[in-house]
Design a protein around this ligand. Sequence first.
Ligand SMILES: Cc1cc2nc3c(=O)[nH]c(=O)nc-3n(C[C@H](O)[C@H](O)[C@H](O)COP(=O)(O)O)c2cc1C
Length: 439
Amino acid sequence: MTQEQTRAQEAPPQDLPSGERSHGRVRQSGIYLAGLAGGRPSVPVEWSALEAAAGAALPAASFGYLAGGAGQGHTMTANAAALERWRIVPRMMRGSATRDLRTELLGHTYPSPLLLAPLGALECAHPQADLAVARAAAAAGVPYVFSSQASVDMETCAEAMGDAPRMFQLYWSSDDDLTRSFVQRAEGVGARAIVLTLDTTLLGWRPRDLDQGYLPFMRGQGMAQYLSDPVFRSHLNEAGSPEPGSSAAPPTPTPALLDAMQALGAKGKHHGLSLAQMLAAVARFSATFARPDLNWDDLSRLREWTRLPILLKGILHPDDAREAVQRGADALIVSNHGGRQIDGSLGALDALPGVIEAAGGLPVLFDSGIRGGADIFKALALGARAVLLGRPYAYGLTLAGEAGVREVIANVLAELDLTLALAGVPRVQDLHPGVLARA
Ligand SMILES: Cc1cc2nc3c(=O)[nH]c(=O)nc-3n(C[C@H](O)[C@H](O)[C@H](O)COP(=O)(O)O)c2cc1C
């Protein structure tokens, strides 16, 4: 343990801001009081109930896309197990009446160590999709990372957020001009950083989606950043390049196919595109999404394209962290994409300490498996600067749109707040590995 950590553990901080920054008790008593009158939270607080309620509310294909993982789901299990293996060791009598969740990241101070992860194709969850999330994030002061695969374009979301913090997550297309256009647009909408996702140069093998024959992008879903992009649109009158496997005969015009075409046509209308252009858009997206040859030199190029801080999402190996530092990354995100890319990968939290050690002081963020405030507590105690919340807010969105996302954010932060109080560490910045024990 460092001297600083020892000091933090021995002496309760005296210089907390006077106002109560944390609302765990307020949230808790609000729910119990409403319960007296028979009220129950419309968005379940308990994780498995939340997931089950979202599952019951959605068609199987949509829920499968949100909840599913790669292969047999072993990586998702490993994410939960990695968190479970650490236990919190509470300290008593430390005067934790006021908590301080404020977190500094890349020159900005945020009210809490929480960000909303980029989630593609959120129209699977709710028709307002990213727009509802953007509004909820702005209301909570929680930074929202816009996805490259968003269902609402970044300009519309940014406008709905006012000055509230956002970042842009980049999938590096095989069309460099498009990638560069995304980066420029992100700068234009006031993104505070580019989050380059490294783990999805190809789509993982996802049995739940395969068994439903369902990929949102084939239906034009989750493509708003592309359909609104001048570079992407400039290609839509060209004949699409054939996709691997697309040499098969065209599908029979079944009622399902006609429905899909109708939905594609309606989406095209929204973007001022004809059905033929939408078909070209899907073909072009399919042909250019994959970038399996992405390499470290690309990061150096991205560095030249933008002055925004660059966060690398998907780092799991210390050597990759070292390379990222050398190549000028500003922060890293330890993540295995919520177990959606590789089956049998290590639990993300198991990778965190090694990456932090190799990152040489660069901020390291964490996602993959965060379900509640105690999980956040553990990730921060192991050294993460902040965490990204994923599936839980998608389920809140499913159940109650913007209000549902707000509920989930409030619940997660309330639990973090109460956990800090009960564990005797009132400030998130004072968390350190000594507050945990290996199970
Ligand atoms: C439905 C869904 C869509 C996702 N889309 C993206 C995406 O577009 N870009 C990205 O970088 N990560 C994406 N992710 C990964 C998340 O950003 C995050 O890493 C993951 O959700 C963390 O796992 P958890 O939700 O199980 O905690 C997606 C995850 C889900 C569940």
